[in-house]
Design a binder for this molecule. Structure first.
Ligand code: IMO
Ligand code: MG
Length: 435
């Protein structure tokens, strides 16, 4: 059976874009099922007509859509900002030098201009240090059953009416908000409907496309946004996003039975990063954190694709990864950015926590307990070689191999893909079934 999930195993920014794109080389369909413009998935690819490399920063469209044979699907579990989608489609078609095969679920909810304003007013943007894209308020509207969906864009009258009602409600709630009071329903609706002209024809019942693909044994890749520890239920609540980036998110976010998913690839960095507020036991606040983050001079340094914020960095946390594996049952791992660890004498890996004097081996999903956990490390020897020249397992220095094996044995999950650089070619395939 042909469904493959590519999921973030940490706090997001694991390199899901690169891995999903690699897996999609021979896929017919690539699907996003959660989140919205809070995601930033960068793909570095070789241009077809020239020897130089291109780069594409995806926020809404799944990264497989860069391949002409691969249909991109934006599932119902997403929240879609119409202006961003219109713009991303233009960029994609420019890159493809032709039409993009991208479809949007009619049931996906819309992020509308008032959502980021509400997020600011309610304080989530500053207290939780969100991406401030309006993600939380858009999902709030969905659950409160007053959301506006992509399908509503196909019925201009209905869309205008819903927008007017929602805006009136918000203006009555927050009469002192200038940016909110300045929004006028009619011209706003017109502006959005006009932006939607660019993708109206793409709004369909995507479950039909998906089931057709799955039932005819086509390869379908589900690209998660965010990561397990940012999942609304399984993450470090309330320092999480508002959707499900874990395996269950695929079922409800794309309309697919779990029966179809046979490979679950967990994507993890060889260290840990987190952007935004919330507990992070293995965070290194001193020079080691800076060393892992990089100065920002290189495109692979740890600064947000979506917001440009510096990411908090620290050692690999196997307590958290074990938890992510429990929730998702990874069939394999893609280990990313192993090259960043080159040049360190010693590499630390957290295998347990200390909490109130006790040794803790299970990840506590309660943020307040996690905040008080101190990591207990095992120290592994480092290596000095630059890994970006390594093409196979045998090319890797012995201690890099040891690091990977340590992780596999601890998690009892094989590492099938090793990423040692940003480009497509900087990848070592360790498992035949990944080819
Ligand atoms: P990708 O798909 C990293 C974080 C934000 C904030 C919290 C809530 O690139 O891995 P939100 O705007 O979603 O309400 O913010 O979640 N966050 C991410 N961090 N990568 C992401 O996506 C993220 N999407 C949201 O920084 O702490
Ligand atoms: Mg990101």
């Amino acid at each position: 059976m042909p469904g493959i999930a590519v999921l973030g195993a940490q706090w997001g920014d694991e390199g899901k874009g690169k891995i999903a794109h690699l897996i999609c080389r021979d896929a017919e369909m690539s699907v996003r099922f959660n989140g919205g413009t809070n995601a930033g998935h960068t793909v570095v690819f070789s241009k077809v007509k020239a020897s130089e490399q291109g780069e594409f920063k995806f926020h809404l469209i799944p990264s497989g859509a860069l391949y002409p044979q691969c249909t991109g699907v934006l599932g119902n579990g997403m929240v879609i900002e119409p202006f961003s989608l219109a713009e991303e489609l233009i960029q994609l078609e420019r890159t493809l030098e032709g039409p993009a095969r991208v479809y949007v679920s009619q049931n996906a909810h819309l992020i509308l201009p008032y959502h980021p304003i509400v997020e600011k007013i309610e304080g989530a943007a500053s207290e939780l240090d969100t991406t401030a894209k309006g993600i939380g308020p858009a999902y709030q509207d969905k659950v409160a059953r007053r959301g506006i969906r992509a399908g509503d864009l196909l019925e201009p009258k209905r869309f205008q009416e819903k927008l007017r009602r929602n805006l009136e409600r918000l203006q009555a709630l927050h009469p002192s908000s200038r940016p909110l009071m300045e929004l006028k329903a009619e011209p706003l609706a017109e502006k959005i409907l006009s932006a939607a002209q660019g993708f109206k024809k793409r709004i369909v019942d995507t479950t039909v496309l998906l089931h057709e693909a799955l039932a005819t044994d086509q390869r379908v890749v589900f690209e998660g946004a965010q990561g397990c520890l940012l999942d609304i239920d399984f993450g470090t609540y309330p320092y999480v996003t508002s959707s499900h980036g874990t395996i269950g998110g695929i079922g409800v976010g794309a309309g697919v039975s779990p029966r179809w998913i046979t490979r679950v690839i967990g994507v993890a960095k060889a260290f840990t990063s987190r952007v935004g507020a919330g507990p992070f036991p293995t965070e290194e606040r001193g020079p080691m954190g800076e060393r892992l983050r990089g100065s920002g001079a290189n495109p692979w340094d740890e600064f947000g694709t979506t917001t440009g914020r510096p990411r908090r960095c620290g050692w690999l946390d196997l307590v958290a990864l074990t938890y992510a594996n429990r929730i998702n049952s990874f069939t394999e791992l893609a280990l990313v950015k192993l090259d960043v660890l080159s040049g360190l004498n010693e590499i630390k890996v957290a295998t347990a926590y200390r909490y109130q004097g006790q040794r803790l081996e299970d990840f506590p999903p309660d943020a307040e307990i996690l905040r008080e956990c101190e990591p207990l490390y095992e120290v592994l020897p480092g290596w000095s070689q630059d890994l970006r020249r390594c093409c196979s397992w045998e090319d890797l220095p012995r201690n890099a191999q040891r690091y990977v094996r340590f992780l596999e044995e601890h998690l009892e999950v094989p590492v099938s893909i090793l990423s040692v650089g940003r480009a497509f070619e900087d990848t070592i395939w360790l498992d035949q079934k990944s080819h």
